[in-house]
Design a binder for this molecule. Sequence first.
Ligand SMILES: [Zn+2]
Length: 307
Amino acid sequence: MEKYTDKKRRNQVFQNFIEKFIGEKQMELVKDCGTFLAFVTNREQTKKKLYKNNMCKNRFCPMCAWRKARKDALGLSLMMQHVKQVEKKEFIFLTLTTPNVKAQDLENEIKKYNLSFGRLVKRKKVMGMMKGYVRKLEITYNRERDDFNPHFHVLIAVNQSYFKDSKVYISQKEWLKMWQEATGMPEITQVHVQKVKQNNNKELYEMAKYSGKDSDYLINQKIFDAYYKSLKGKQILVYSGLFKEAKKLLKDGKLDHLKEIDPTEYLYLIYYAWNQTEYLESELHELTEEEKQKINHQTINELEEDQ
Ligand SMILES: [Zn+2]
């Protein structure tokens, strides 16, 4: 429950910052978010699964962004399994960045990023090796310098032969040169690229989590406003090629066979009600036979971030 308590407290901070941007009705939902949580749990109470909730679904809400990241991370993991097994691909992870910008330039910088990225992926060499990608926009805030760093995380599907084919393979040095050219910024000194070893939960979660850390964008109203204005209505995860196809399969439930079945035997219901600063726990309620049948032996639909 620690994580929920932490996120609900952050949701309360978030309420102050979001209020001026949304209507009364939405505001009610944000205030109510996560005030009531029902979990199912096993005999030893070592495993808890969220069963019912009243989440607000605002993408900036710390509680909801965290919940969504866990679902998206699992989706990403399923898409990668599909692209690896069926399409016989491997993956590389590319991080593209440019020098930091001040708040007033953030929105414009993101537009420039999109254009630069468009130029990069249209390069002949990149088109030759890239079989699809998932791209995420992320923004970090630097407290000391009071500026922002937007950057792209890109997961790229490549042929299995990519790493041994010197005609197709792109070295870190080449990526840097191409990114400098695409942005028109020769002063960029870093591009990070690495082979994705296997289904690494940490990397997946990194990719799926929301564009900003709540510890960054909830520092004060001014910083929140900068994040809000530059991210509102923007597509955070962009899919292309094989990943675009995989995304459609995922949406249509056609990757469900890749999901794992939860082996936990859930026996009890337990409720938590938010009381200003903490959750109050109810007694255990035994599940009815009908509930047990409905809840047990179901697929796992989200990725635990700390596995
Ligand atoms: Zn919420």
